[in-house]
Design a protein around this ligand. Structure first.
Ligand code: HDD
Length: 693
């Protein structure tokens, strides 16, 4: 190779970075190393000569590489895949007299908040649409310290005692020998465990329901799950259960749709949240509380300390006391969403724990796990975790200590410094004076024994399509279980809830042997009143606000029609997304180009809440032989979506097997189509598109 002259070599060494020009108005600060040294060349390592070996002297290369090598931290052992956002909690109704917590008594105060939604079983890189419980963790930075409600989108849990948590999670995560399956409960070890642990039956009903496949984080409820205590100034305790209520109402997707979204856009939920906040459509939840005393607890049919049970809203109505608004996306995913550390022990004076044995175990686990994840007890100093009130104590040093802790006194009591912090019995946190007596023992209280009555109540409280989905989900999951004895055993547990449910699942599995109910000492209560509040469909809020409408176009599409739809949809707060065979768009009937948001293969109809097929006759004929277009329409139909179409589009509807019903509007105007779409899915269509067991 010819040796380059000095000048040529210098030019050559610039690399790609040299191509970047400073545009007018841009002020790029100089790049520096971690210790602030301004970097002259970030394209080339330091070499002994032009083609020679790299020198160990290249501290810039070493620093950059070393930092990269250590970028990852251990992901969360559960809830690894999550997404966070910032906002505030505002109290609208004071709990004065019930709790002394400032955050629950100072009406109108806006408390900064950080929320992280998550799935439980999947690893950080899994899909958002796995069938799973969703974590709903809220951190409120109150003037009296951080208060976390580390909840889920389901008000009950799998187990009653935290000693079983390790087993539950080991069973649902990837099987340890093979390292799969990822992010799903549909495998032998999970069903082996739950079929042997009847206390999980109520929760199984919930995770087999559409609650486990929400349409959006913005459209799901949140629950503190456990019974907590509120403590007033006189030290009196009131039991409380916390509920987050989405302003948009609840909505879920269809299971086949969830499977396909996982392929079409594994980031579906996080993208949805990011976009909504970015566009100024701030998601909002009401905070509701169920308040009750010991007398109610004693009179209630189930133990309020049992996290596998709920108190129906119809029995104990919610009192709405505030709202949570998410109005800012994170600035940096790792710094905030990954490093945020929630803990059930993050409570403030006026809020305390009950004896729920699941909660008591959690109180250790959260603060402990952060040591592995974040590597130091000083994780509370990371900005996303740091309280927004003074932190003063005698804890010192440790890895990554950020505070210049001043003074010679690092112990208490002390007398040497006038400003040394001291405990404050009035302002400070004091535990509720609970009266405890009895023998120490490792037992499960008899009041925790009924695992089936509320499971049946939940099922009976669903609409027919929702019940069908629960049955189908059991069939799907158990069909993935290879060990037949586990399927049989699970049918035995289901039979304890209800013989018909068990039989429907058995029919779907093709298991013809008589079902033998599992041994139980409990007589199932069939008299529990249905609770419509447990159903998603019955809580749906009609409307198209922030919904997405996919419009399929091709050459020859009538642009005016698309524009009319876009305008009408915009007025209702919905967004139209154009899907075309080419991303550059299509030539519409007026000879102009209508640009596309998605290329057909990358804009599957599962990404939209409703669809519109805006094709000319020629366009429809052409797309009738295009599998992606046929699948686009067919999926929308089988996912029970409202389909609008121009009359020219009929050939594609026919090719996709679309059968006319109230949700198929051909040749209708934009308003008629949109008002149909605003009512959501066409559940009556379901028996025509898939087998209902
Ligand atoms: Fe948990 C994370 C919710 C039972 C141990 N849990 C975690 C997160 C949520 C929940 C939302 C994610 C927080 C975040 O976004 O960082 N967990 C629950 C609910 C439960 C529950 C609602 C039952 C009512 N959890 C539970 C038990 C234990 C744990 C019984 C252990 C005894 N959970 C953990 C953990 C995690 C966690 C291992 C993993 C990462 C973390 O805490 O920070 O400590």
């Amino acid at each position: 190779m010819a040796k380059l002259g000095h000048e040529e070599a210098a030019d050559h060494s610039i690399g790609n970075g040299g191509e970047l020009h400073q545009a007018a108005g841009e002020t790029h600060p100089p790049m520096s190393s971690q210790r602030g040294l301004i970097i002259a060349d970030d394209e080339n390592s330091l070499k002994a000569n032009e083609r020679g070996p790299v020198l160990i002297e290249d501290h810039l290369l070493i620093e950059k590489t070393q930092h990269f090598d250590h970028e990852r931290i251990p992901e969360r052992v559960v809830h690894a895949r999550g997404y966070g956002a910032k906002g505030y909690f505002e109290l609208t109704d004071s709990l004065e007299g019930i709790s002394k917590a400032g955050v629950l008594t100072r009406v109108g105060e806006k408390t900064p908040a950080f929320v992280r939604f998550s799935t439980v079983a999947g690893n950080a890189g899994s899909s958002d649409l796995a069938r799973d419980v969703r974590g709903f963790a809220v951190k409120m930075y109150t003037p009296e310290g951080n208060w976390d409600i580390v909840g889920n989108n389901i008000p009950v849990f799998f187990i009653q005692d935290s000693i079983k948590f390790t087993d539950l999670i080991h069973s649902v995560k990837q099987e340890p020998d093979r390292g799969f399956p990822q992010a799903q409960s549909a495998h032998d070890t999970f069903w082996d465990f739950v079929s042997l642990v009847p206390e999980s039956t109520h929760m199984l009903m919930w995770i087999m329901s559409d609650r486990a496949i929400p349409r959006s984080f913005r459209m799901m409820e949140g629950f503190g799950v456990h019974t907590f205590r509120l403590i007033n100034n006189a030290g009196k305790s009131t039991y409380v259960k916390f509920h987050w209520r989405p302003k948009l109402g609840m909505e879920s997707v269809i299971w086949d749709e969830a499977l396909k979204i996982s392929g079409a856009d594994p980031d579906f939920h996080r993208r949805d949240l990011w976009n909504a906040i970015d566009e100024g459509n701030f998601p909002e939840w009401e905070l509701g509380v169920q308040l009750f005393d010991e007398e109610f607890a004693q009179s209630f049919d189930f133990d309020v300390l049992d996290a596998t049970k709920l108190i129906p809203e119809e029995t104990l109505p919610l009192r709405i006391i505030g709202k949570l608004v998410l109005d800012r996306n994170v600035d940096n995913y790792f710094a905030e969403t990954e490093q945020v550390a929630f803990a059930t022990t993050n409570v403030v004076p006026g809020i305390d724990f009950s004896n729920d044995p699941l909660l008591q175990g959690r109180n250790l686990s959260y603060i402990d796990t952060q040591l592995t994840r974040l590597g130091t007890p000083n994780y509370q100093q990371i900005p996303v975790n740091a309280p927004r009130c003074p932190v003063m104590n005698m804890q010192r040093d440790g890895h990554h200590q950020m505070l210049p802790q001043k003074g010679r006194v690092s112990y208490s009591p002390s007398s040497l410094e006038a400003d040394a912090p001291r405990p404050d019995a009035v302002k400070g946190f004091s535990s509720f004076k609970a009266h405890e007596e009895g023998d120490k023992m490792r037992v499960r209280a008899a009041s925790f024994a009924d695992h089936f009555s509320q499971a049946l109540q939940f099922f009976n409280s669903q609409t027919e399509p929702e019940q069908n989905h629960i049955v189908s989900a059991f069939i799907f999951e158990l069909s993935k279980v290879e060990t037949k004895a586990i399927r049989t055993r699970m049918l035995g547990q289901l039979a304890n809830v209800d013989a018909t449910i068990a039989q429907r699942v058995a029919d779907g599995l093709g298991m013809t042997e008589p079902i033998k109910p599992a041994a139980t000492t409990v007589t199932v209560r069939t008299d529990l009143k249905v609770s419509p509040a447990l159903s998603i469909v019955q809580k749906m809020v009609p409307g198209l606000k922030t919904k997405l409408i996919g419009v399929l176009i091709a050459d020859g599409t009538d642009a005016a029609e698309v524009l009319a739809l876009e305008t009408a949809a915009g007025k209702l707060g919905a967004k139209v997304k154009i899907v075309a065979p080419k991303i550059g768009g299509a030539t519409t009937s007026d000879g102009k180009t209508l640009e596309a948001d998605f290329q057909l293969a990358g804009g599957a109809s599962v990404l939209f809440d409703a669809v519109f097929v805006a094709l000319s006759e020629d366009g429809a004929k052409l797309l009738s032989t295009e599998a992606a277009a046929v699948g686009w329409v067919h999926d929308a139909f089988s996912h029970l979506k409202v389909i609008g179409a121009t009359s020219g589009a009929q050939a594609l509807l026919d090719a996709a097997g679309v059968v006319p019903d109230e949700g198929v509007l051909v040749g209708a105007d934009a308003d008629a189509y949109l008002s149909a779409a605003a009512n959501g899915r066409i559940y009556d269509r379901e028996p025509n598109v898939r087998t209902v067991y």
